[in-house]
Design a protein around this ligand. Structure first.
Ligand SMILES: Cc1cc2nc3c(=O)[nH]c(=O)nc-3n(C[C@H](O)[C@H](O)[C@H](O)COP(=O)(O)OP(=O)(O)OC[C@H]3O[C@@H](n4cnc5c(N)ncnc54)[C@H](O)[C@@H]3O)c2cc1C
Length: 359
């Protein structure tokens, strides 16, 4: 489960050359380009345009060289090629005798292995086993977010494409962020045929349960009225029957866990659930996989439990340090994006003000 509960289809930004290459056989890595949400080839000049929500001006074009935007379902299909997966099994508990660990599933079945890797997401059950429910509990940020996937009328799709063919981040001085990006738009798509992801986030201490059902989109539209053209028009044109979700963003500052003598560890959001604005969750999960592969490939005797324990200790140490830094800097970045004065200082210092759209 994600810190913000989203349709499982939400796209993800990853970076070519980032350690994903070392985790995948060449024939699978070569297919990454084919599963992007659109037909934009990644390049050295890729940018994320950041707009002032009040004036509509471009604040900054943040370099995102060689960015890939991948749909979750297609990425998952690619990454699981040739791997035997047992779906619909929920892990209930784990026991370790310090040489091997046994997972018990909700259907009563059990699996024993010399290493169990808990990659069960932000609300990880395995993390709770290793640290106890209190220490493993997610912490709540001051940010609420609403999100949806929607088709747009042709005119809105055109307005959006004029700003950037794929994505944009719009920051309103009233501490509201609007993220819009292409969710699915392949070669033959005409304007208006594509599907877009909308995420709006803001600072609030209100209970997220106060907004449910159709009220979520009404609230997004109400917030959009303070935005400049064309962002206001684009959000207002989201079809009224679009299903939205609403949540408080959460995170967990990674802490060392007891890996039960190298028999149980964590990876991905289970190890470092973070707020999403920096787009680092998947990238860190890929780093975990690459780090684990590196440690296990370094074993001289794959049957030696002593060697495996030492490798998992090294893996844990690296993941815990990198994970904590990523969680903390993601939270810091999310908070900064909702603080207009800090944004302006950062943007003006780094790039100055620019007015035009970027492509
Ligand atoms: C809005 C948003 C935008 C994002 N954008 C980006 C981005 O641009 N770039 C980026 O790098 N990251 C991004 N992320 C973060 C990224 O989505 C996550 O970091 C990534 O999905 C983590 O993968 P994971 O496999 O660790 O966890 P998940 O994707 O959450 O998968 C966990 C899996 O474990 C299963 N599971 C849970 N509990 C159990 C159990 N008890 N037993 C068995 N299975 C279980 C779940 O069903 C799920 O299949 C974004 C996140 C959000 C919310």
């Amino acid at each position: 489960m994600l810190p913000l509960e989203l349709d499982n289809e939400t796209g993800i930004l990853a970076y070519i050359g980032h350690r994903i290459q070392s985790c995948l056989p060449k024939e699978l890595f070569d297919q990454l380009l084919d599963i992007q949400v659109d037909s934009l080839p990644p390049g050295p000049d890729d940018v994320l345009p950041i707009f002032n929500g009040e004036s509509g001006d471009l604040i900054n074009a943040m370099p995102t060289p060689y960015a890939l935007r991948l749909p979750r379902s297609k990425l998952q299909k690619l990454l699981t090629t040739g791997i035997e997966i047992h779906y619909s099994k929920r892990i209930r508990e784990i026991e370790s005798n310090r040489n091997s660990a046994t997972a018990t599933f909700e259907d009563g079945s059990k699996e024993t292995a010399n290493l169990i890797i808990g990659a069960d997401g932000a609300r990880s059950m395995v993390r709770q086993v290793l640290l106890g429910p209190q220490k493993a509990a997610l912490q709540m940020s001051p940010l609420l977010a609403s999100t949806c996937l929607a088709k747009l009328p042709v005119e809105s799709a055109r307005l959006l494409a004029e700003k950037h063919p794929r994505l944009n981040l719009t920051i309103h001085p009233a501490r509201t962020i609007l993220w819009i990006c292409v969710h699915a738009k392949y070669n033959d798509t005409k304007p208006g045929d594509g599907v877009y992801t909308f995420i709006m986030s803001w600072v609030s201490d209100r209970d997220p349960k106060e907004l449910q059902g159709a009220a979520i989109l009404s609230d997004m539209k109400e917030r959009a009225t303070q935005f400049a053209h064309p962002f206001k028009q684009i959000v207002l044109s989201i079809p009224d029957d679009t299903v939205c979700s609403h949540n408080r963003l959460s995170y967990w500052p990674t802490e060392p866990w007891d890996n039960r003598n190298g028999t149980v560890t964590l990876a991905g959001d289970a190890a470092h659930p973070m707020t999403f604005h920096r787009g680092q969750g998947l990238n860190n999960a890929i780093d975990d996989a690459a780090q684990l592969v590196q440690q296990l490939q370094g074993l001289t005797d794959r049957t030696s439990h002593q060697e495996i324990t030492a490798a998992i200790n090294r893996y844990d140490e690296e993941v815990q340090q990198r994970g904590r830094e990523a969680v903390e800097s993601s939270l810091e970045n999310s908070l900064m994006l909702h603080d207009w004065d800090r944004i302006m200082q950062a943007a003006i210092l780094t790039r100055g003000m620019q007015k035009d759209a970027v492509h």
